[in-house]
Design a protein around this ligand. Structure first.
Ligand code: F6P
Length: 194
């Protein structure tokens, strides 16, 4: 069995301000997580020469992975956060106030709702297919540093959760979800680093 480690990026400047999307750097708290993550990964994967670190193309995941030494890093556009289109950079409060119809439609059907000029969860699930195929083919451990919506979809695939649950799965910051794929099925461990 070989582990897949899933984690969100460390807290970003937009996380601090309650804003969605964007491409901001990480906060001091986020940087602390990046150090703890590096420590954890370097210990956990000490003898795993072929392991690799996958990030999105957004700064916050690249910065979170940057202190990890000794493994190749690969950027995937398919691991970028859900594209919130015209709502990118807004807070949920602002969306509710300025675009109440959009806010309500998303609340009614979060899985299928597509942001104007952006994506839906179903779109994200579809674009993750090549990532999942590659993850399945890997024989060595992989650390995936990505984003809330994307990780909900990836996690649901491995944990065999129904489609309808995906947008509502809890995906906290600063926590590593380790998935072990063995002959007897999938096992899961969580490490809350801070
Ligand atoms: O707030 C962080 C974030 O990653 C946003 O960039 C993204 O739009 C959101 O979470 C996705 O979560 P939800 O689908 O619950 O809005």
């Amino acid at each position: 069995p070989r582990p897949i480690l899933l984690t969100r990026h460390g807290e970003s400047l937009y996380n601090v301000r309650g804003r969605i999307g964007g491409d901001t750097a990480i906060s001091e708290t986020g940087e602390l997580y990046a150090k703890k993550l590096a420590n954890f990964v370097e210990k956990r994967l000490k003898n795993e020469k072929a392991a690799s670190i996958w990030t999105s193309t957004l700064q916050r995941t690249i910065l979170t992975a940057s202190p990890i030494a000794g493994f190749p890093k690969i950027q995937w556009r398919a691991l970028d956060e859900i594209n919130a289109g015209v709502c990118d950079g807004m807070t949920y409060e602002e969306i509710k106030k300025n675009m109440p119809e959009e806010y309500e439609s998303r609340k009614k059907d979060k899985l299928r709702y597509r942001y104007p000029r952006g994506e839906s969860y179903l779109d994200v699930i579809q674009r993750l297919e090549p990532v999942i195929i590659e993850l399945e083919r890997q024989r060595a451990p992989v650390v995936v540093v990505s984003h809330q919506a994307v990780l909900r979809a990836l996690y649901a695939y491995f944990a065999d959760r129904p489609l309808s649950e995906i947008p509502h799965i809890e995906m906290p910051l600063h926590t590593i979800i380790e998935i072990q794929m063995g002959v007897t099925g999938v096992q899961e461990k969580r490490y809350k680093l801070m």
